[in-house]
Design a protein. Structure first.
Length: 282
């Protein structure tokens, strides 16, 4: 029997996450998730451990604002189960600059600053560009050329989150495909929204959860997202989403779906509801 005020141990059990589709949230420290997503009396230092047993991925936002120590990455790895992955937002110093071609040092400092400590927990690196950053083909290609393809013998996966309407063009799609860089799909009306698959994996950031809906997204919408995720994972294209430049069907691929912002207090419930649908379909 568990000790008083201590969550039962079986809350922290996790089955191996072998699916090609990973679903998660942004971060794991958020006060409204306590006594909501997290069990009552759960100590804060165990929140990552608990979240990683309910979800299959987490996107880390803190790396966008400041460097983490290698020991921190090692700690994250130790606290999460096999099959779980972290997506890391790359530092703003690399992407929020006038000339992207000059970002080499920022890119190297980040990648070589301890990411190897995550080992197989390291998922895609999200290079998020500010909304005012327009598409300059030459400069953007120079930036993509700076991104390392491996770290300690492990393949690195990069995704570009472009937020200026000028990126919604065939020239960008063709460039990203040439470099095998994925492009974030978002359902937010604030940013350009196109679902062209440009890399060998798909990365979606969903930002429209509703506070008045217990699962964040309505059941029908979650059903639709499950169908899209399965289509992507099978190598297909979600043709009901906006496209700039269509492409032929590809081989099976990994898919990452994150519930970000919107009614953030609902994000874990949306993620778990989507996971349950995917589990039922496979």
């Amino acid at each position: 029997m568990p000790k008083p005020n201590k969550p039962p141990a079986d809350l922290f059990t996790s089955t191996p996450k072998a699916s090609r589709i990973r679903v998660g949230i942004g971060g794991w420290t958020f006060a409204p998730w306590r006594d909501n997503f997290y069990p009552a009396k759960l100590v804060q230092r165990r929140e990552l451990e608990y979240a990683s047993c309910q979800l299959s991925a987490i996107e880390v936002n803190g790396t966008y604002y400041g460097a983490q120590k290698p020991a921190t990455y090692a700690k994250w790895r130790a606290e999460t189960p096999d099959g779980f992955v972290f997506s890391l937002k790359a530092p703003r110093y690399a992407t929020d600059r006038k000339v992207l071609a000059d970002a080499g040092k920022s890119v190297r400092d980040f990648v070589d600053g301890g990411l190897a400590e995550l080992g197989d927990r390291l998922g895609p690196i999200n290079w998020q560009f500010p909304p005012h950053k327009s598409f300059d083909p030459d400069d953007f290609e120079a930036f993509l050329d700076l991104l390392p393809r491996e770290l300690d013998g492990r393949k690195l996966r990069h995704v570009a989150e472009v937020r200026h309407a000028s990126f919604a063009c065939e020239a960008y799609i063709e460039l990203a495909r040439r470099y095998k860089i994925a492009t974030v799909f978002t359902d937010s009306p604030k940013y350009p929204s196109f679902a062209d698959v440009t890399g060998d994996f798909v990365y979606a950031r969903l930002m429209c959860s509703e506070a008045g809906v217990s699962s964040g997204y309505r059941p029908k919408a979650l059903d639709t997202w499950a169908e899209r995720a399965l289509t992507w994972a099978q190598g297909g294209q979600a043709d009901d989403l906006p496209l700039v430049h269509s492409a032929a069907k590809s081989k099976p691929r990994d898919v990452f779906v994150y519930f970000i912002n919107g009614a953030k207090e609902r994000a874990p419930h949306a993620a778990m509801a989507l996971i349950s649908r995917l589990d039922a379909a496979t």
